[in-house]
Design a protein around this ligand. Structure first.
Ligand code: MSP
Length: 723
């Protein structure tokens, strides 16, 4: 991909307003903001869209439950989302609401385009509907929705249908040729197998409630909320209005970021609508995993959400006074001006989420991890590096930074190597590269830190020889230059903290926030550069911060609802993940674990006493074994033995992720679709930054102990218990 500036249109999903924002929403928005900032800094003409999804039965019911008219209800929650993004300094170019009049006109225009091309027809539909997912589902009413577990309702009504079936072959071809790029591969395969499984025509109107955009020419019907919502990506650019300049300039989207649960809507329905209307399809759609809290997806009704406001309020108290307040304006790129406290806290949260959660996978959020990562990476890492280096420069180089006449290769080469690792990600840092990019940066901080410790400039400063002075100048310049480069690379992730470091280095913030392309070559720090006023960047956080955040959450989070009302919006979690890890292989009567986290070794030379080798039936009953089907299987980068699996346990249980050490014996392709046995009540384990929630049962075969997965000769329902 060329590094020449180009246009870059980036979108987040628009968030439902039935629930207040939590850090799951913030996660997607943060990733998008990092990418948008990076593209702008490299000169790309960037348009970053976010907003709220405000129509549909779910919102109508939420408003009724709150006792307010839907418009008033959506105004309140949309305002909360917008206020939060503004507090965090999110640089969206447009915040769209599906209740905006211009959006409504655009959606009706899209409807007419589909109708004119003959892709809409009227028919009667009786079937099951999931109110929470706002989707028709191919399963009996009264049973749990296969996607989210809430009970399905029967709907009989006259509906308009979209001829989705006409696009099956076309979609397969577009996805297979990567014309529609779906990241990552396991999501792409999931979408392909869904489309190959056969596409049925889609009901795209509802007449049993009113809260939606009327179907043009038949206002007894409102337009299906997903057609309404997906269209936001083009109506925000002026599609269907008098001014289509932005639409012509920015469409198709370069990247659409979504959570993994809505890929079907984005990778099947959305491109089909666009193809039918004769419009270009997006270039790329990328799905990320979920933020889990207490091992399940954050969800309002489970009471396991973490509010971003809690983190801003608590971390904000650590924010050191800012000697140069005009910096705040610099990092905002023209938005409303948040407080330094909010920007500081938001930086910490941004760094934490990107460093901690491997992009594309589920990851657990905890206040402990946030606190630990803050102290380890930001206080002891980057922050300490900056303050050690700049204090030494200010004490020993009163006329400004000195530059050595020559560098010893030993001094600079390993830092330059580190820098070149980072510059491997030029303009096209993709969302899938974010984790590697941030990890590379934290390694670079470690390199420079070790370089400083090895050369101990604080000792050199006390020596009087010319040789010591020469080395001191070289070490300080090299470290300061490394900090300059680190600061450039970290800027999209922590815009405020890096602007402060930049100013302390004595550099012009205008450079940091406008032009990165020319700043990333080694050695640009000019001799004589006078440092700005020095002050701490990341003060140490006391462990009490964890308790403070936990208490703040407990005070504001409604108690969890153990038996959620299936008709309430967001009434049950979209998924729940449970315990365990790896593969438990059973050879004869001996349990042997071939997974990456071995069980304690079994005694070999001394036979175990008879009582120790038997267990009571009650002990056995404690192990929950269930029938599951592997639906996703993929290799994990840099882990030769591990596979990441997602298994389906039938409609009564949510899908779960299991990491299993069987990669040397099974390919991902041969596993997909296999019915297996899973131990479902093991405590979750983290491996390679990923959570594993269960073990597969396998027999150990032959001398090498090859695991052979336990399976069934007869048909058996998913989720059935083995006893
Ligand atoms: N309104 C639809 C999207 C329409 S887009 C045309 C919707 N809204 S949502 O509010 O339920 O979720 C939207 C997105 O929020 C998810 O796809 C994901 O990006 C983000 N997240 C919500 N909860 C999340 C987590 N617990 N973890 C990570 N992201 C989460 O679906």
């Amino acid at each position: 991909m060329s590094d020449a500036p180009k246009k870059f249109y980036l979108t987040t999903p628009i968030y439902y307003v039935n629930a207040r924002p939590h850090i799951g929403h913030a996660y997607t928005t943060i990733v998008a903001d990092v990418l948008a900032r990076r593209h702008r800094l490299l000169g790309d003409d960037t348009f970053f869209l976010t907003g709220t999804d405000e129509h549909g039965q779910k919102i109508e019911r939420s408003a009724a439950a709150a006792g307010v008219p839907p418009q008033q209800f959506t105004d309140q929650v949309a305002h909360e989302f917008k206020t939060l993004w503004d507090r965090m300094g999110i640089t969206y170019d447009k915040f769209i609401r599906t209740t905006d009049p211009a959006h409504k006109l655009g959606v009706q225009q899209l409807w007419r385009a589909l109708e004119e091309k003959g892709f809409i027809y009227l028919d009667t539909y009786t079937g099951s509907y999931c109110v929470s997912d706002e989707a028709f589902v191919d399963a009996p009413a009264g049973t749990p929705c296969p996607d989210c577990g809430r009970l399905l309702e029967t709907v009989t009504e006259e509906n308009y249908f979209f001829k989705l079936s006409a696009f099956q072959d076309k979609l397969i071809a577009l996805i297979e040729s990567n014309t529609l790029k779906i990241e990552n591969d396991s999501r792409r395969n999931e979408v392909l197998s869904f489309v190959r499984g056969g596409l049925k025509d889609l009901s795209i109107s509802r007449s049993s409630f009113k809260w939606g955009i009327p179907v043009p020419g038949n206002d007894k019907h409102v337009i299906y909320v997903w057609l309404d919502a997906l269209a936001n990506y083009i109506t925000a650019l002026g599609y269907g209005s008098d001014d289509t300049t932005n639409f012509e300039k920015f469409w198709p989207a370069d990247l659409q970021l979504v959570g993994k649960e809505i890929i079907r809507f984005h990778c099947v329905y959305w491109p089909a609508f666009l193809l039918a209307a004769g419009l270009p399809i997006p270039q790329a759609i990328t799905a990320h995993g979920w933020l889990l809290f207490d091992n399940s997806k954050m969800s309002k009704s489970k009471g396991n959400i973490v509010r971003t406001e809690t983190i801003l309020d608590a971390l904000g108290t650590l924010c050191p006074p800012e000697p140069q307040p005009e910096l705040v304006a610099r990092v905002l790129l023209g938005r409303k001006r948040p407080s330094p406290k909010d920007l500081f806290a938001s930086d910490v949260l941004r760094y934490f989420l990107l460093r901690e959660i491997p992009f594309g996978y589920d990851g657990s959020f905890s206040f402990d991890a946030l606190w630990e990562r803050y102290n380890a990476d930001l206080v002891n890492g980057y922050g300490n590096l900056v303050s050690r280096t700049l204090n030494l420069i200010s004490q020993n180089e009163p006329d400004g930074i000195e530059r050595p006449t020559s560098f010893s290769a030993e001094g600079t080469s390993f830092i330059k190597d580190g820098v070149s690792q980072v510059t491997r990600y030029p303009t096209h840092l993709s969302s899938n590269e974010i984790t590697a990019y941030v990890t590379e940066l934290s390694l670079l901080v470690g390199h420079v830190d070790r370089y400083l410790s090895t050369h101990a400039p604080w000792k050199l400063a006390k020596e009087t020889t010319a040789e010591a002075r020469k080395t001191l100048v070289e070490v300080l310049y090299t470290s300061a230059e490394a900090i300059r480069l680190l600061t450039i690379f970290l800027h999209p992730i922590m815009p405020y903290a890096t602007a402060r470091v930049w100013a302390q280095l004595g550099l012009d913030p205008a450079d940091l926030t406008t032009n990165h392309q020319s700043l990333t070559t080694w050695g640009q720090l000019k001799p004589g550069t006078k440092l700005g006023p020095l002050s701490p960047i990341f003060p140490r956080a006391d462990k009490s911060l964890i308790e403070i955040m936990t208490n703040m959450e407990n005070e504001t989070t409604p108690p969890s609802n153990p038996t959620p009302d299936s008709t309430a919006p967001d009434a049950a979690p979209r998924t729940t993940t449970l315990p365990g890890s790896g593969t438990l292989t059973v050879g004869g009567s001996t349990a042997l674990n071939t997974g990456p986290a071995p069980m304690p070794p079994q005694p070999t030379d001394t036979p175990a006493p008879a009582e120790a080798s038997t267990i009571s039936i009650d002990d056995f009953a404690k192990i929950e074994l269930r029938v599951a089907q592997i639906v996703v299987a993929e290799r994990i980068p840099k882990a030769d033995k591990l596979l990441r699996l997602e298994v389906d346990l039938g409609p009564d249980f949510p899908r779960r992720q299991i990491l299993s050490g069987i990669a040397e014996h099974y390919t991902p392709e041969e596993l997909i679709g296999r019915r297996i046995v899973v131990i479902t009540n093991l405590a979750p384990r983290k491996m390679r930054g990923l959570e594993s929630h269960g073990m597969l049962l396998a027999a150990s075969h032959g001398e090498n102990g090859k695991p052979i997965l336990a399976t069934f000769a007869e048909d058996i329902a998913l989720g059935s218990r083995l006893k």
